[in-house]
Design a protein around this ligand. Structure first.
Ligand code: 4AD
Ligand code: MG
Length: 433
């Protein structure tokens, strides 16, 4: 009969019994009589004790155990207050499944060293916790849109247009063609599809040739985007607020142990579910920055990281900042019918200084206005013919947004740097391993 393995977490939950476990050595210490191994699997860690009197023949192997050796073992589980997770296994039988060379990662290593060894650092308890939360976040985004009647829809990644500004485009050598780029956003290929599906979403990689070395920029990130036909500007903001509430709720329900391991203060997340988000215009934001933060921003300038940081520190829920100056926003955002200097665009700014996590807007539906703004940005409208057709054949009010999934994870987990929100971060300087 094949042995029935259970997870470490299941073992701890069922308490006193005979158990079969498999995992990797997280820590080890011992004498020439006893070996204490902390075994790790995807669910938890547990202390396992090897007594020499039971393993005289295998003692040489046991004595040579290294961190990250893979083991299967069978033994008696009992409560032990001194053990790290309150239980200990008295090992009766074991197999060394995979030996380990001396593991390069030890305590107090530099950020660069850990980045070079990212493939191994993923096994750390910190990264494991973040990756579990990341999995919940992706699932919750999907669940939210499906429950609201959205279809999942995909845009190409090779694109011949820019959506968010030409300076941040990655060119691709596409059979020596000059005008092929990696997608910055699915949006320009999503708008044509709302005429078929009306409510659509995606979660896909986006690429930005960001030259900024900040704690919130990646060159490759996962982008959750949505687009809705017949929607008003308020509808778009309401979807964004509801989405974030749903994701935070799911993480709090599912990932309490991981948040604890990350030392995340969850009382900072609870208001997100309970309280309405703060909504203010860009012009109001400047006034608040001046009065409460002593920061003078000239009207017409985009908010910088530092200003977003100060503004969001005033509230315990995200700030939805609206009606930015037209000249700092993308060509497709609709002009405010009551003020031609601003657009019906919104940025969701996360609390505690995390800043922009969502960018969205009502879409401009005047063909002439879009052409004019494309030209102002130095673009040739002829390249956008497929997109402009959306405004020629039965155009309707519509809008959408994009949420940076790693930005959201950074905030939910309370991380200092976005790089830890993704398994293999890509930045200006790093594309390996
Ligand atoms: O504000 P952005 O540029 O908006 C768009 O791309 C729209 N086309 C989305 C839409 O309406 N469908 O990007 C949207 C979000 C930002 O709010 C931010 O969270 C994230 O994408 N983002 C990044 N995340 C990580 N690294 C970067 N370099 C990012 N640039 C944008
Ligand atoms: Mg933006």
């Amino acid at each position: 009969m094949t042995e029935k393995f259970i997870s470490i977490q299941q073992a701890i939950e069922q308490g006193k019994s005979l158990v079969s476990l498999h995992g990797w050595i997280y820590r080890e210490r011992g004498s020439n009589k006893l070996k204490f191994v902390i075994l790790r699997d995807s669910t938890n860690i547990i202390q396992c004790v090897f007594d020499r009197t039971l393993f005289e023949k295998q003692w040489e192997d046991i004595d040579k155990f290294q961190i990250e050796c893979a083991l299967t073992l069978n033994g008696e589980l009992k409560k032990d207050e001194r053990a790290p997770t309150g239980y200990e296994v008295q090992v009766k039988k074991f197999t060394l499944v995979g030996k380990s060379e001396s593991f390069p990662i030890a305590k107090d290593q530099s950020v660069e060293f850990l980045a070079d060894n990212r493939h191994l650092w993923l096994r750390s308890r910190k990264m494991t916790a973040i990756l579990k939360i990341r999995s919940t976040v992706f699932g919750a985004i999907d669940e939210f849109f499906k429950s609201e009647g959205f279809y999942e829809y995909h845009s190409p990644i090779f694109q011949a247009v820019q959506c968010e500004g030409g300076s941040e485009l990655f060119s691709v050598n596409y059979f020596d063609k000059k005008d092929v780029f990696l997608s910055q956003s699915w949006q320009l290929y999503a708008e044509p599809a709302i005429f078929a599906l009306e409510k659509i979403y995606t979660i896909a990689p986006s690429f930005r040739a960001e030259r900024s070395k900040t704690s919130r920029h990646l060159t490759e990130y996962w982008h959750a985007e949505m687009e809705v036909a017949w929607a008003t500007f308020d509808d778009i903001m309401n979807y964004g607020e509801k989405l974030i509430k749903h994701v935070v709720k799911r993480v709090l329900e599912t990932n309490a142990p991981e948040l604890k391991l990350l030392e995340r203060d969850t009382t900072k997340l609870e208001p997100i579910i309970k309280k309405p988000f703060i909504r203010m215009t860009y012009t109001e934001a400047l006034k608040i920055l001046k009065e409460k933060c002593k920061m003078d921003v000239e009207w017409g300038k985009d908010l910088r990281t530092i200003e977003e940081e100060k503004l969001t520190q005033l509230y315990d829920v995200p700030v939805i900042c609206t009606r930015y100056p037209k000249k700092v926003k993308a060509f497709y955002m609709m002009e405010d019918p009551t003020n031609p200097d601003v657009v019906l665009g919104c940025d969701f700014l996360a609390p505690e200084g995390h800043g922009e996590i969502i960018g969205g807007s009502q879409r401009e539906h005047s063909l002439e206005e879009i052409k004019k703004r494309l030209k102002l940005q130095g673009e040739d409208p002829l390249e956008y013919e497929f997109y402009l057709d959306t405004r020629r054949y039965g155009s309707v009010p519509h809008g959408g947004f994009g949420m940076g999934v790693e930005r959201l994870i950074k905030w939910i987990c309370g991380l200092d740097n976005i790089k830890d929100a993704i398994p293999f971060p890509r930045t200006m300087e790093r594309y390996k391993p």
